[in-house]
Design a protein around this ligand. Sequence first.
Ligand code: SF4
Length: 332
Amino acid sequence: MKVIDKLENLEIWDLIDKSNKIHLQTHGKIISIERALFLSWWCEKGDCAFCYMRTQKPKIDDPKKARRSINSILAEAELCRRLNWNIEFLAGGYGAFNTAEIKNLSKKIQEITGQSLWLNIGITQELEEYGKEIAGITGAVEVANPKLHEQICPSKPLEDIVNMLYLARDLGFKTGMTIILGLGETPQDLEFLFNMIKKLKIQRLTFYSLNPQKGTPYENRPSPASLYYAGTVAATRIKFPDLELICGTWIDNLANIGPLILSGANGLTKFPLFKMFGSHYGKRLEEEVFWSGRTLKGTFTNYDSLLDDSKSPAEIEPLIKRYIDKCLNNKS
Ligand code: SF4
């Protein structure tokens, strides 16, 4: 039986059992913590039905004021280095930073982490401007069913995302996509997603679950059920054993973590660093990984790692200190 039919027939444990074995053979036991570095609270599209930016656009008269300072982004990158977290990508709404600015910032982040960076900055054809500071390009697909996509993300056509990813591949970048579960898709819609992964030779996929935002059409919709989420990840892992799978879950859904790991997640994302670090939430994340029989790369609890300042550039030191102070507030 096809994995999609198994998901539809609620054969979730069967899917998870199989995907866990495939995952361990192919990827081993390491689980990473992934951190998206955000550029701004502004997006000139601002009309995707689920998105928080949709609620912010009318309130922001000057987009420049919604940009984060470069030093605060660099300070966060430095904290990721200290904690041994991966930077998932640099992410931002449309129109906040231009290509030259993103390239410069990426180089500075690369100097801090020693790693080239993935981008998730919207549809662009200016990829030729980027060089070795960039490892991969992410297409924020969100929903792979074309009809649903048109309704939910009217200003970022699927075709344009696909064309950008083809261009990225032609230029030698890796390619990734993001998908949000809970937007109204069905298990059979996985066929659209699987076709895209195959066609575009996608190397990394991030799954998120709907976080209903006040003031959006999804305000009163539930987040997807934990076993639907896990079953979807498991079906994807079985179908694509080599794919890097990142799974996002929210601070109020930490119990998703164990099932997502057993379903084939390589990494976990979407956590509020300063609220969680060292708190019972951070400890819970580490417990979830432990009880899944995996080993966490990096830490959500070790203050000694946080306080290692051997490599921090002087100009970002005050911001690093401010962020560390926030984390120290969680210490009990
Ligand atoms: S393009 Fe991205 S940031 Fe802008 S509204 Fe849509 S999902 Fe939100």
